[in-house]
Design a binder for this molecule. Structure first.
Ligand code: 1CP
Length: 336
């Protein structure tokens, strides 16, 4: 069994598997080279040969324990007939959300659009070393809703969002629950061994809506994964103290903590669940000494617990790739 699965399933704490969110991405010159010739981001996601190549790029450079398939959480709204724009620096958005076409999309049409993702998973799995795991992912319903309804603007980055169209959102949540499960099972059948559920904007949900928009939708996906024997990792970014409630309610196999979570508090409060990540991605822009000290700090705190090394969010584009090597080598030196 791979190190990652050992940690996730058997709660083995004898070694620390390591991988990074956004390990296949803009900090790598070889990714930027491919991107230069492929200006249409979604087209690139659906090019299974290039998606496989990008997925494997970081594994060629660093001794990582897992590959995460190169795709995006927004392939789902796209496959549900919505136009998605990927704008340089401003992030993605859905300019004309049409609820009727969204709800009308059939499973057959949805899978036809997403087939290249499954092809990329198959191709990657075929060449990935046996001791490395292949991670696939979905965006949690709330985080997809943020993009569908353009709820995130430049001025509300940290403000809780007041929901006005509750009836519409209920319908969208139901459709997403159903179709995210289809995407999960197809990714598993293609060869993915672990599913990470990204709820990157969970921190924008009002306290009184957390149950409806965060805990329940994540719980439904985690239960589906468990029923289908796929380990799940949840990342409800920005939940602060409610991370504890999330863990107790949703019960994923592992929880990715963000940089606002004190790792000591997590260790004492998330009783025996596997913990992933935590280190601030901004720290990777600091000196080698600071980077190594912080890497050691996380490993030391979790030395008696099942822990997967990762960050509190994705690798920043301005990160020097050598820093990733420094961290990976350090993790592997301390705990192998
Ligand atoms: O070159 C480019 O400009 C494209 C940048 C890029 C990349 C490399 C985007 C646009 N998506 C991706 C790939 C991607 N997205 C992966 C690949 C695997 C890997 O991790 O290496 C994954 C897992 C995602 C997931 C994703 N997309 C999330 C969840 C994780 C997170 O970072 O919070 C989210 C929120 C998105 C939306 C998205 N897609 C792209 C960007 C720039 C964003 C975020 C923008 C925003 O802040 O709103």
């Amino acid at each position: 069994m791979s190190k990652l699965l050992n940690c996730l399933i058997k709660k083995d704490n004898s070694c620390v598997p390591v991988w990074f969110m956004r390990q296949a991405g803009r900090y790598l010159p070889e990714f930027r080279q491919i991107r230069l010739h492929n200006p249409d981001f979604l087209k690139l996601c659906f090019n299974s040969t290039l998606a496989t190549e990008i997925t494997l790029q970081p594994l060629k450079k660093f001794n990582l324990d897992a590959a995460i398939i190169f795709s995006d959480i927004l392939v789902i709204p796209h496959a549900l007939r919505q136009q998605i724009e990927f704008r340089e620096k401003k992030g993605p958005r859905c300019p004309n959300f049409n609820i009727n076409s969204f709800l009308e999309t059939s499973e057959k049409e949805f899978l036809l659009t997403l087939n290249p993702v499954y092809e990329a998973i198959k191709k990657t799995k075929n060449v990935l070393e046996k001791n490395k795991s292949l991670i696939a992912f979905v965006g949690a319903p709330w985080t997809l809703i943020i993009y569908l309804f353009n709820l995130k603007t430049q001025n509300n980055v940290n403000k809780k969002i007041v929901i006005k169209n509750k009836v519409e959102i209920k319908l969208v949540l139901k459709k997403l629950d159903e179709f995210l499960k289809i995407h999960i099972i197809k990714q598993k059948e293609a060869g993915a061994e672990v599913i990470q559920i990204f709820d990157s904007w969970a921190g924008l949900i009002q306290e009184e809506n957390l149950n409806e928009y965060c805990y329940e939708p994540n719980k439904s996906l985690v239960k589906f994964c468990r029923d289908n024997k796929i380990p799940s990792i949840c990342f409800p970014k920005g939940l602060k103290k409610n991370y504890k409630k999330f863990v107790n309610e949703v019960k994923p196999d592992a929880i990715n903590i963000d940089q606002d979570i004190d790792p000591l508090w997590a260790k004492d409060n998330f009783n025996k669940i596997c913990i992933q990540g935590g280190m601030n991605p901004n720290l990777l822009l600091k000196s080698q000494r600071e980077i190594l000290d912080e890497t050691e700090r996380y490993i030391d705190i979790f030395k008696n617990d099942p822990y997967i090394f990762n960050l509190g969010h994705g690798i920043l584009p301005q990160t020097n790739p050598n820093v990733i090597k420094t961290i990976v080598d350090k993790v592997n030196l301390i705990k192998r």
